[in-house]
Every structure is written in structure tokens, then in C-alpha cells.
Write a protein that binds this ligand. Sequence first.
Ligand SMILES: [Zn+2]
Length: 133
Amino acid sequence: MWVRKTEEDKKCDEQKAAARRKKVIEQPVLWAFIVAILFATLYVFGGLRGALHPPVGPMSLEEAKTQIPLQFIINFLIFFPLFAFITRKGASENDSAMICPDCKHAQHPGKERCDRCGGALEPLKNWRWKDDE
Ligand SMILES: [Zn+2]
């Protein structure tokens, strides 16, 4: 059955939310870093330039010293917002379901009144499921 969350439950939820927020920042940074290094390396060895122009070989070491940081920055600026968007989208789902405090009937988001008894709904995130003993 559904029971209202205690202060301890809410504290635990806050810790989970803080961990999720940390993940929303750290995970895209990590993935953008990895992909930017990979693409900068490919660029220096002629991989991506070869796809756009007639194939070319690896560039000289002198040229690579300036191109690797430049390509890394360009790729990081492209991929970080992309990965940040994907991570944030996944983290914000399933937050808006509602429940009726009178008959404990869970409902879809966007409603204000209970389908069964007409009572005012509350966000389900303030409740937790407790197995019958
Ligand atoms: Zn109800």
C-alpha cells in the first residue's frame, strides 16, 4: 500500500537527487572528453579529413602539436551539450505522477482531481510503496 514518506525517506531522496545531479554534470563531461580525444586523434591521422576531401595521410608532428588541442576543444564544445542533453532527459523522467491521499489511487500526470473519489491529488514523489505484512 502507499504510505506518505517520512522525513527520513525525504532525506534519503535528497541524497539520491544530489547524486543524480552530480551524474548529470560528470557523465557528459567524461563522454565528451573521451569522444573529443578520439576525434582529435582521428583528425591528426587523416581519418576524418579523408572522409571530406581526397584521402590524406597523417599530418606532420609540428602541425599535430597545434591541431590536437584545437580539434579537442572544437569536438568537446560540440559533444558536451549533446551528451548533457541526453543525460538530463533521462534523469528528469518519471517525476510527475500523482496520487490521491484519500483512496491511494495513483494517476497519470496532468490531472488535479482523483478519478475514483474526486479528491485533490498530490505528487507521487511524496509517497512510497510499502509491502503488506
Ligand atoms: Zn481518490
